[in-house]
Design a protein around this ligand. Structure first.
Ligand code: 13P
Length: 248
């Protein structure tokens, strides 16, 4: 089953219009020959300017969050219609930082994912265990719950991208080993297969995220079940192009 590789950057709360425009302008020629899908998920306020900067390239601009209501009194949130206005294609949902600092739960992840799909946005649904959970041998339980509740009632799982981001590997420089990442992502695919059937599970792209960089990307991408990366720190630099060109 061939799944098209997908390298996505998550800028988190970084970059001004000038900095972002400069980076994208420099990245464009470097990613011209890439075989994979490419996205940069930028802060909402940068979406218009970065969309303009990325025009004519393979880089698609994505968002980092979407609310489940159509519109209304939800200060600080952003709706699917607003994202669609700018031609946004991807949206990160349930990143561990949203779960940790902004109250996202498996239930709100579910609501946001459903809303994204209703609006033909591709959700990049993040799952992953903390160090404490891994050390207590609870990784599989945690992931199973995140998938079961986060993807509850989803009809077409093929339209979703999953990002496995072990919380202990995010921003720490401590990457999961190729084997750890492969093993855990294979478990995720197995769970998806239980929930949605083998055929559909085999078509879901599952990314690895957590200190993925220009050096370790090749080894991770060589793993059978790893279809791409969700890149934080390294997506703020030209290193992102090296990751996108991991197969060169
Ligand atoms: P780092 O690549 O900076 O560890 O961040 C990973 C991440 O959280 C991407 O969403």
């Amino acid at each position: 089953m061939s799944r098209k590789p997908f390298i996505a950057g998550n800028w988190k709360m970084n970059m001004t219009v000038a900095e972002g425009t400069k980076l994208i302008t420099e990245l464009k020629p470097l990613v011209k020959e890439a075989k994979c899908d490419i996205a940069l998920c930028v802060p909402a306020i940068l979406i218009p300017a970065m969309t303009k900067a990325a025009k004519g390239s393979k880089i698609k601009i994505g968002a980092q969050n979407v609310h489940w209501a159509e519109a209304g009194a939800y200060t600080g949130e952003i709706s699917a219609d607003m994202l669609k206005d700018y031609g946004v294609k991807y949206v990160i949902i349930g990143h561990s930082e949203r779960r940790q600092y902004f109250g996202d739960t498996n239930d709100t992840v579910n609501l946001r994912t459903i809303k994204a799909l209703e609006n033909e946005l591709t959700p990049i649904v993040c799952v992953g265990e903390t160090l404490e959970e891994r050390e207590a041998g609870k990784t599989e339980d945690v992931l199973a719950r995140q998938l079961e509740f986060g993807l509850f009632g989803i009809e077409d799982v093929k339209k979703i991208v999953i990002a496995y981001e072990p919380v202990w590997a995010i921003g720490t420089g401590k990457t999961a080993t190729d084997e750890q990442a492969q093993e855990t992502i294979a478990f995720i695919r197995k769970r998806l297969s239980k929930m949605f059937g083998l055929k559909d599970a085999n078509r879901v792209r599952i990314l690895y995220g957590g200190s993925m960089n220009a050096k370790n990307c090749k080894g991770l991408m060589a793993q059978h079940d790893i279809d791409g990366g969700l890149i934080g720190g390294a997506s703020l630099k030209l290193d992102f192009a090296t990751i996108v060109n991991y197969d060169k």
